[in-house]
Design a protein around this ligand. Sequence first.
Ligand code: ADP
Ligand code: MG
Length: 397
Amino acid sequence: MAGRLRTIEDLGGLDGRRLFVRVDLNVPLEDGSVADDLRITAVLPTIDELRGSGAAVVLGSHLGRPKGTVVEDLRLDPVAVRLEELGRFSVQKVDEVVGDAVTKTAAELAPGEVLMLENLRFDPGEEGNDGPLADALAGLADAYVNDAFGAAHRAHASVVALAERLPAAAGRLMQREVDVLTRLLGEPEKPFVAILGGAKVSDKLGVIDALLPRVDAILIGGAMAFTFLAAQGAATGESLVETGHLDAARETMNAAERRGVRLVLPEDVVVAEEPAALVRVETVRARSIPPGLKGLDVGPRTVEEFTRVLADARTVFWNGPMGVFEVEPFAEGTRGLARAVAAADAFTVVGGGDSVAAIRRLGFEGDVDHLSTGGGASLEFLEGKDLPGVAVLREEK
Ligand code: ADP
Ligand code: MG
């Protein structure tokens, strides 16, 4: 991954210029308003800096998956409202992605003013990395800043084709995300402990394999632990097991052993018939789950063991909750791990949409060095891929 990331400094003087700023304001909405504003607060430093330098800012983001058509519930208006509140500046919101009205409004922006385009994915050209859409967006500004790390693994028009059409640079959030994750790929301080959990093994085997040469230990929880346990012949009851990935899980465990990486699976788990608030729960040995019951969280002995490993760590990467943390009887494992990560005398990074939501919900946000705003993007980055939206911002494009 050679090539220095171009940054805002590389764009030269910004006074009186118009910048297209790609942001990832793909936030969860509930009843028509923003339910989690991490992605909004995360881009404020870049927007403030650009406005402060005398630039006018045209913001473009996607929201959800409208698949190239207008979906009323996925308009960006609630996001613009929250951005105004949090940023304490006014945001002019237009109802189209491109078109004469948009061009006119953009042309009339004064220094320091902020315009927000409509959901970029309403236009079929966005996901198609379409030239004509990129041309139209390029016509709105004289330079481009990408602060949308969460979208950097997508070769979409506002991420790649647009960056090829204007002087392009990384925003401050993009810079920090790339710096932090590059540090994990480079020479992280040892011991380096990775914690992997969440729903699907199939999403995460790639990153586990990529981490094996770098880490000292891998702690596995969440639903994905059951595919590993089942691969060793354990009785997993009704727990989620991806039967198509048993061989891959076995191969990963062998690779860990060959490399001398400790791969630690849960010793005990919290089981129930369903992940419901009022269901009967019990803690059982992870390798002998009674028939009919599902493993829905890691148990207290597992939390203790994982905590012991984390106590010595100097670098920690965590992706994927330890259990169904959304439902209180199954949140304790994730809470215990969050406590251990928070207490570790280590450089700590948490990535993944649900993992970051869990850390915030459980109140440990301030105790982690970096919460990545990119779920899929951070995993692909750690797999060693140069993301298309990052590659295009490097010096030799
Ligand atoms: P992230 O978004 O952080 O990458 P994932 O999307 O992979 O994480 O996984 C998060 C989901 O995994 C959560 O909704 C959580 O309820 C679920 N989950 C965790 N453990 C289990 C389990 N034992 N059984 C079923 N679902 C689980
Ligand atoms: Mg998720």
